[in-house]
Design a protein around this ligand. Structure first.
Ligand code: SF4
Length: 369
């Protein structure tokens, strides 16, 4: 699958992913569109309403359970590789949405994957995990109604990985993940263990489970669904469901946020760094003010619009107005960047204030001195 500029769609959970055309993922990867389900979803999240959550696998089964008040679970995980940024914020808000709508909730700290994929030693990822969990709690995750765990400390996950390993050949791993070191294949088996953890007897047994992730994680979902099928008879697994959100662009307009390009910010960057990154961001604006007034901007390609749409403007009417004002040339990029900086810095300041209160709780949850 290629974009009109010849760039190919790549969904690689261990590498760089790029989506040339979201519509074509439905046909070519068998992902189902989310839109037809939207009217049935109770209080759909901002991401759902705005088409940022654009696809799913078998989400109908989870939706049925939500609507009928039956038991279901949500699980997603984040690698403890650094401070929370806008990509992780999205996953966390999705988990919290399902928690608030009755899901048994699991937050996985993917420290084995961080070790295998990013070479982060466990002593270091432990410290990062404490910081991430404090963020998680500050964003509204209720630890009384959720299970937060580290892969390296959760034996059920490792046990499942051992069991699953018996059913997987090297050829299958290469076909799904490409030629990789064995540790990454192990991390994929561990992830399959994570995804099916909510269905273990110790956690209440089989139940519909949704995994909200970026679409670059789809290979893990497909792999785990195959394993759930193979081990269905023995463990009674229900095939896990997923929802997929779009991948955020970098502030420089490149397809992905990247540490190397410094084209994004974290929730803990200094205010002046955040302000500078937004000020210098690529936009969908025109070469001159006169042109922009006459022709309008192109919000569809603009990362400044994208961060407002995804994260910082909750009111639908307000974001529609911003879109319209940009398209008609009423709003100029300099003015919009200033507004966006103010909104982001206000959010970040408030978030940090809340987070301070949760650092001890995070240590306690992870049993870290
Ligand atoms: S006005 Fe805003 S949304 Fe429109 S192109 Fe400029 S920065 Fe982007």
């Amino acid at each position: 699958m290629e974009s009109k500029h010849g760039e190919k769609t790549v969904l690689d959970p261990f590498g760089t992913s790029f989506v040339a055309d979201y519509e074509r993922l439905y046909k070519e990867f068998g992902i189902e569109p989310f839109q037809p389900l939207l009217s049935k979803v109770p209080n759909p999240s901002v991401y759902m309403r705005r088409g940022i959550v654009f696809g799913h696998r078998d989400f109908g089964r989870v939706l049925d359970a939500m609507v009928k008040g039956e038991k279901f679970a949500v699980l997603s995980g984040i690698k403890p590789t650094g401070e929370f940024h806008l990509g992780t914020l999205m996953t966390v808000r999705e988990i919290i949405y399902f928690q608030q709508h009755g899901a048994q909730t699991f937050y996985c700290i993917a420290d084995i994957e961080a070790y295998e994929d990013n070479k982060i030693p466990f002593e270091k990822s432990e410290k990062i995990a404490v910081d991430n969990v404090a963020d998680l709690l500050a964003l509204g995750f209720n630890p009384e109604k959720g299970y937060i765990y580290r892969q390296s400390k959760e034996n059920h996950v490792k046990d499942l990985a051992i069991i699953f390993g018996r059913a997987v050949t090297l050829a299958t791993m290469k076909a799904i993940y490409g030629e990789r070191h064995i540790g990454l294949y192990l991390a994929a088996l561990i992830q399959a263990g994570d995804i099916l953890l909510p269905q273990m007897e110790e956690f209440g047994g089989p139940k519909p489970t949704v995994i909200p992730v970026g679409v670059d994680q789809d290979p893990h979902i497909r792999f785990t669904r195959d394993l759930a099928q193979i081990f269905q008879k023995k463990h009674g697994f229900i095939l896990p469901s997923s929802t997929y959100h779009k991948l955020m662009k970098g502030l420089d307009g490149s397809p992905k946020m990247s540490k190397r390009l410094m084209n994004y910010f974290t929730l803990h960057d200094k205010p002046e760094v955040i302000a500078e990154r937004i000020s210098n961001a690529f936009t969908g604006g025109r070469a001159t003010i006169k042109e922009q007034r006459e022709l309008g901007g192109v919000p569809e390609i603009c990362p400044v619009y994208e961060i407002c749409l995804f994260h910082f403007v909750e009111d639908d009417d307000e974001i529609i107005k911003t879109y319209h004002d940009c398209k008609t040339g009423k709003l100029l990029c300099g003015e919009h960047k200033k507004q966006t900086i103010d909104i982001v810095l206000k959010f970040v300041k408030e978030h940090r204030r809340k987070k301070q209160k949760f650092v001890d709780k995070a240590r306690q949850i992870l049993q870290v001195e």
